[in-house]
Design a protein around this ligand. Structure first.
Ligand code: ZN
Length: 508
C-alpha cells in the first residue's frame, strides 16, 4: 500500500462489517471529502495535440537522432515528437533534470502539461517508477477524491469510467432490461441490454460446468444510492459515511453495466469458490472485468471485491485481462496523441509500423509499406534505393527531393528521408509525382488504387507462392531464370507487366 496518496486509508475493523461502495456488505477504502479543482480531473478522450509550428523533416531527423542516442525506441521518439514537436523536445532535454523529464515524457500516455504533477508524484514517493507516477496522476490520485468535476461525458459508453473522480449525472438512467428468473437473487433486478445478454451467456456457460452464477445486485439508481448514503450520513455523519459508502452518482451500479455476482460480502469469501476461479479465467471472454482486483486497491480506491464485475465489451475486457489493467489504468494509458495523422485507402484506415508524421506539411510513412498499401510492389535494391512498381509504371526512390521514373528524374515537393534506416515517403508529394489519386477525405488523406493493379499484384503474389519464391525475390532479379521458366502460355496474363519485370531485374 505504499504510495497511497490522497486516499485516507480507513479500513473497517472487521471485514464484512461495513457497507461497501454500493451499500452492500464489505469494506471500502475511501478518502476525505475534500474538493478537487475540475482541472485536475482526467479527461476521458485522448487529446490530439495540434503541432504548434510546422515542423521540417530536418528538425525531425535531428530530434530523432538525439532521442535514439538517449535510448528511446523509434516508437517512443515518434510519440514524443507528436506530443512535443521540436521546441518541446528541446525544452525537455535542456538543463538540469532532463533525464527525469525524459523518463516521464517518453511514455506515450504522458501529458506534457501534467509534467509538474508527475514530478511531484515522483518526489513524494521515491520508490515510485516514472510509469507508475504517470498512471497515478492520469487517474487523478494526486488530488482528493469526490471533487466537483465534470460528470462523465458519455455515461452510456460501454467503457465509461465511473469512480470517486468521475461521477455520473444525477439524472442518468440507462436503458434497462429485467434479468430472467433463475439468474438473479433479487426481484426487479435490471441491467443494460448488452450487459444482460452477456451475463446470461456467461452464466449459461458456467452452468455447463456445474457452476451457478446469479446476480446479487445489478443496476442501482441514483436515488437508491442517495438513500443508502443519506442513511449512513444521518446515523454517523457525512465524514464517517464517506469512509465506507459511495456518494450518489459515484457508484458504477448506476451505469447498469456493473453487477455483484452471487454475493456482495467479504465475509462470504467468494474468492475461495469454484465460481470465482471460473470467472477469473473466463469473465473477460464475455466482456466482463473484475472491477476491484487484489493488489490494485490504491488505484481503484476500493478493497478487493471478488464479486463485483463490470461489462466493458469484449475488446476492452480482453485488453484489460491480457495487460492486467483495471479500467482506471486502461484510461490512464491511452496514448495522448492517438496514432498521428490518419491515412486511408478508399476510406478504410491504413496502419503502418511507424506512426505517420506531418513534416514540411506532408504526411510521412514508410515508403515500402505505402507501396504495398496501394497495391504496388517494392524491392530494396543493393544500392540502397527502393524500387516501386505498379500501375504499369515504376519508380526508384532514394533520399532527397527527386525520384527516377521511366528513366527520367521527377522532382518532389518534399524530400524522401531515411529515418533510423527506413525510407520515409511524403505521401502527397509522391502521389503527385507519380500521378496517383490522393485527396483530403473526411477521416484524413485518402488514397486510391485501381482494381486492375491490385488484381495483378494478387495474381503475381499467388504465382510466386506457387513457385516458392517471394515477391521481392521475383522483382529483385534474384530469381529471373526461374521466372523465365515458369511463364507458361497459361500465365501470359503477366505479359503486359513483363517489361517491368525484366527492367526491374536488369535483364531487359
Ligand atoms: Zn458492487
Amino acid at each position: 500500500m505504499a504510495g497511497l496518496l490522497a486516499l485516507g486509508l480507513i479500513l473497517g475493523s472487521t471485514p464484512g462489517a461495513q457497507a461497501a461502495e454500493d451499500g452492500t456488505q464489505g469494506t471500502v477504502l475511501t478518502g476525505p471529502a475534500e474538493e478537487a479543482p475540475a482541472s485536475l480531473l482526467l479527461p476521458l478522450e485522448p487529446a490530439v495535440s495540434e503541432p504548434s509550428a510546422p515542423a521540417s523533416a530536418d528538425q525531425y531527423l535531428a530530434a530523432l537522432d538525439r532521442l535514439l542516442a538517449l535510448g528511446l525506441s523509434q516508437e517512443e521518439a515518434d510519440s514524443l515528437w507528436l506530443r512535443q514537436g521540436a521546441a518541446g523536445i528541446e525544452t525537455c532535454l535542456q538543463g538540469e533534470g532532463a533525464a527525469e523529464r525524459l523518463s516521464l515524457l517518453r511514455l506515450s500516455f504522458a501529458h506534457p502539461e501534467r509534467l509538474d504533477r508527475y514530478q511531484a508524484e515522483l518526489a513524494r514517493s521515491p520508490e515510485t517508477s516514472p510509469e507508475e507516477a504517470v498512471v497515478r496522476v492520469n487517474i487523478g490520485l494526486d488530488a482528493p477524491p469526490y471533487g466537483v468535476g465534470e460528470p462523465v461525458d458519455e455515461p452510456a459508453s460501454l467503457t465509461a469510467l465511473v469512480n470517486k473522480y468521475h461521477p455520473l449525472p444525477a439524472d442518468y438512467v440507462p436503458e434497462l432490461e429485467l434479468l430472467p428468473p433463475g439468474y438473479t437473487a433479487s426481484q426487479g433486478a435490471r441491467l443494460r441490454p448488452e450487459a444482460c445478454a452477456a451475463f446470461l451467456r456467461m452464466a449459461d456457460a458456467a452452468a455447463e460446468e456445474g457452476l451457478r452464477l446469479y446476480s446479487a445486485s445489478p443496476y442501482r439508481s441514483y436515488a437508491a444510492q442517495e438513500r443508502v448514503y443519506q442513511r449512513y450520513a444521518a446515523q454517523q455523519g457525512a465524514e464517517a459515511a464517506d469512509t465506507y459508502s459511495a456518494r450518489a452518482g459515484f457508484s458504477e451500479h448506476q451505469t447498469g453495466l456493473a453487477l455483484d455476482i452471487n454475493v456482495a460480502s467479504l465475509s462470504a469469501r467468494f474468492e475461495e469458490t469454484a465460481e470465482y476461479a471460473w470467472l477469473s479465467a473466463h469473465s473477460w471472454e464475455y466482456g466482463f472485468i473484475l472491477r476491484f482486483p487484489q493488489g490494485k486497491e490504491d488505484l481503484t480506491g476500493y478493497l478487493f471485491e471478488p464479486w463485483h464485475y463490470r461489462y466493458v465489451g469484449p475488446e476492452t475486457a480482453r485488453l484489460c485481462h491480457e495487460q492486467g489493467w483495471t479500467l482506471e489504468e486502461f484510461w490512464a494509458r491511452q496514448p495522448v496523441c492517438g496514432t498521428g495523422p490518419v491515412l486511408t485507402l478508399e476510406g478504410e484506415p491504413l496502419s503502418f509500423s511507424r506512426l505517420p508524421l506531418v513534416l514540411d506539411g506532408d504526411v510521412y510513412v514508410p515508403a515500402e509499406e505505402l507501396a504495398r498499401a496501394i497495391g504496388w510492389a517494392s524491392a530494396e535494391q543493393p544500392d540502397g534505393t527502393l524500387l516501386l512498381w505498379g500501375e504499369r509504371r515504376q519508380a526508384r526512390l532514394s533520399e532527397g527531393r527527386s525520384l527516377l521514373s521511366g528513366g527520367s528524374s521527377v522532382s518532389l515537393d518534399c524530400p524522401v528521408i531515411r529515418a533510423n534506416g527506413v525510407l520515409m515517403a511524403p505521401v502527397k508529394a509522391l502521389c503527385q509525382a507519380l500521378d496517383l489519386p490522393c485527396e483530403q477525405g473526411e477521416a484524413g488523406l485518402d488514397l486510391r488504387t485501381s482494381a486492375d493493379t491490385w488484381d495483378w499484384v494478387q495474381k503475381l503474389d499467388q504465382s510466386c507462392r506457387q513457385h516458392g519464391i517471394t515477391l521481392e525475390q521475383a522483382v529483385g532479379g534474384l530469381a529471373v531464370d526461374r521466372l523465365e521458366r515458369w511463364i507458361s502460355p497459361a500465365e501470359r496474363w503477366l505479359s503486359p507487366q513483363l517489361d517491368l519485370f525484366f527492367w526491374a531485374a536488369g535483364r531487359k
